[in-house]
Design a binder for this molecule. Structure first.
Ligand SMILES: Nc1ncnc2c1ncn2[C@@H]1O[C@H](COP(=O)(O)OP(=O)(O)OP(=O)(O)O)[C@@H](O)[C@H]1O
Length: 304
């Protein structure tokens, strides 16, 4: 179990994590979704005892990470797959971790097999690894101490679609055996494939959380009309908020009947009116991502 309560982290006057609370439960893979700079890594670093919180608390299995004896046997952490010693081979890195943790060396071969790194790959130096291979090695390293909790920051980064499905199976089996998994991503489709529970973070705040099926369940309404601007205005007049959709029209939180009634009253012809099918999560995430991109400084004078 991972429990985060009212966690806040400030860097000067910038609030990277803003009063965040959530729990990750055994048997579930919890996806931590947010655009770049949303506060995912900072939250995970605090949970893993690497960054002090400004206020609030984070516990793993009921204790602060720093208070856990031989923590890697309780909590497997992968925060940066590129942080491994580039001059060592994958197998050497795992053997060193095994020695440090006091686990049997035979587990190194088991973990290499589990993450599908061949003996030839395991004996290659890490500087020659692809990002996907580094992620696999990082996961093997995190699993070496046989922890019951895993914290993985962007583990699917660099994996191809087959690799993402492989990771899904690995984490699903781990969770089915009672493990707790928290993994982050800035890509909605990765989280959709891998996670059971979803936390969405934007600007340091949790903006949505729940089970994947709840968040992706049909909610709200997808609507397109012959005059979307007039329909949006009519809906706004009825107190119904709208979010523009990527492929035209928009999504609203109201039920289809309600939207249909407003459109009929306003005399607007509809071309599409259907339950949202999780579109709201997608739209909300898109909006968060667009806001983040708008806030990034525009590079000027870059030669084309
Ligand atoms: N050591 C630091 N000093 C100052 N600001 C920091 C520091 N670490 C992170 N931040 C800021 O905190 C915010 C959250 O960053 P964080 O790395 O947690 O985001 P993230 O969601 O993991 O993003 P990404 O997907 O890009 O990794 C960002 O605005 C970042 O610039």
């Amino acid at each position: 179990m991972i429990t985060v309560e009212n966690l806040t982290k400030r860097y000067g006057d910038h609030t990277a994590v803003d009063d965040v609370s959530f729990a990750c439960t055994p048997g579930q893979v919890t996806g931590f979704l947010g655009p770049n700079g949303a506060g995912k890594s900072t939250t995970m670093r605090i949970i893993a005892g690497l960054t002090p919180a400004t206020s609030g608390s984070a516990t793993v299995g009921g204790r602060a990470y720093r208070e856990i004896p031989n923590p890697a046997t309780q909590v497997g952490v992968l925060l940066d797959a590129s942080a491994q010693h580039a001059g060592r081979t994958g197998a050497e890195i795992l053997r060193l971790t095994a020695m440090t943790l006091g686990v049997n060396r035979s587990r190194v071969d088991d973990m290499l097999e589990m993450v599908s790194l061949t003996p030839e790959e395991a004996n290659r130096r890490v500087r020659n690894y692809s990002l996907g291979m580094r992620q696999r090695l990082g996961i093997a390293n995190a699993l070496l101490g046989d922890p019951h909790i895993l914290i993985l920051d962007e583990p699917a980064n660099g994996l191809d679609p087959a690799g993402i499905h492989w990771m899904r199976t690995l984490l699903r089996d781990y969770a089915n055996r009672g493990g707790t998994v928290l993994l982050s991503s800035h890509l909605l489709h990765e989280i959709e494939i891998i996670a059971d529970d979803i936390l969405v973070i934007g600007h340091g705040r949790i903006v949505a959380q729940g089970t994947k099926s709840d968040l992706l369940a049909a909610q709200g309404t997808r609507v397109r009309s012959l005059d979307d601007a007039a329909l949006a205005a009519a809906l706004a007049g009825a107190g119904i908020r709208t979010l523009p959709a990527t492929d035209g029209g928009f999504t609203t939180e109201a039920a289809p009947e309600e939207v249909g009634r407003v459109a009929a009253t306003a005399g607007i012809a509809l071309m599409e009116l259907r339950p949202g099918d999780g579109a709201q999560l997608e739209e909300m995430f898109l909006e968060l991502t667009q806001q983040t991109q708008r806030e990034q400084p525009v590079l000027q004078g870059v030669p084309s």
